[in-house]
Design a protein around this ligand. Structure first.
Ligand SMILES: *[C@@H]1O[C@H](CO)[C@@H](O)[C@H](O)[C@H]1NC(C)=O
Ligand SMILES: *[C@@H]1O[C@H](CO)[C@@H](O)[C@H](O)[C@H]1NC(C)=O
Length: 268
């Protein structure tokens, strides 16, 4: 019987007995080994290389979302030339060592609040150039101190954008590269101009001016209403007073009548 002899053979040889527990051990440990490996391997379809820290290249992959499984020890992440439309909250939360993030040449129009949360001071360079950004949510840049490239976007220049930009560390190229695709208010002449070069233009003051004018018009409206009411009130009372005066005059022999009538006429 070959089976029995095989069993006997296994029983008889010491290495076979050692093999069994080690197989069990491997089976138990493999999921753990998998997670350890996930920390050191690459995100699917991306290309990873090691030189002065890990570099992950996910360029030109038609990605519509930030891929999962980017190793947490990544130093440089290239997501350029994809089809990302937004950066969701906490998109890069598990990358504490990231120094460079390239999101250029995508279709980004929305950076959600906390989009770059967790990157913190380790991030030195953030490329958001050549996207579809029209405005910036200040809450998206929470904690970001990286130097940013914001050129090549269809910026809508208004008070919001003009207030956010000074809070960011901008790449020098931004000086000429942040061009207003549209502007608000539209009559400021900012359209087609590099926003950071229009030194005297304060889009917030312009906005304040328009609200001031609105305020003035409203106040003038109220004022004229009050005045016309006063005029009406005085006229109505004048008539009342006159009637009252005539009534007093018609009363025979009232003492101090002339005095009273003179005070009434001065009041009127
Ligand atoms: C990456 O993840 C592994 C496993 O979860 C952890 O041990 C390691 O400390 C992490 N590395 C960094 C840089 O956070
Ligand atoms: C900023 O982005 C523009 C457009 O993508 C690019 O030409 C330029 O080289 C970038 N500048 C830096 C300093 O990365």
């Amino acid at each position: 019987m070959p089976e029995a002899s095989g069993w006997l053979l296994l029983r008889g040889s010491v290495p076979a007995w050692l093999l069994l527990p080690s197989l069990v051990l491997m089976a138990v440990c493999s999921p753990h080994a998998g997670t350890v490996a996930a920390g050191t391997t690459c995100a699917p379809r991306c290309y990873c290389s090691e030189s002065e820290g890990k570099t992950v290249r996910c360029s030109h992959l038609h990605l519509t979302h930030v891929p999962a499984g980017i190793p947490n020890d990544t130093h440089r992440l290239y997501l350029d030339y994809n089809q990302l439309v937004s950066v969701p909250t906490d998109a890069f939360l598990s990358l504490p060592l990231l120094r460079e993030l390239d999101l250029s040449h995508n279709d980004l129009s929305i950076l959600e609040p906390g989009a770059f949360r967790g990157l913190g001071p380790s991030l030195k360079f953030l490329d958001l150039s050549s996207n579809s950004l029209a405005t910036l949510n200040p809450d998206a840049f929470e904690g970001v101190t990286a130097r940013s490239n914001l050129t090549g976007n269809p910026w809508h220049c208004d008070c919001t954008l003009q207030s956010v930009l000074p809070r960011l560390d901008l790449e020098p190229v931004s000086l000429t590269g942040i061009v207003c695709h549209s502007a608000e208010p539209a009559d400021t002449g900012a359209e087609g101009q590099a926003l950071l070069l229009t030194k005297d233009l304060d889009l917030c003051v312009v906005m304040k001016k328009t609200t001031d004018v609105a305020m003035l018009v409203t106040m003038f409206g109220w004022f004229s209403m009050v005045i016309s009411y006063l005029v009406y009130y005085v006229r109505a009372n004048q008539e009342d007073a006159r009637r009252h005066l005539e009534y007093l005059k018609s009363l025979p022999g009232l003492p101090g009548k002339s005095e009273e009538s003179s005070t009434i006429s001065t009041v009127v």
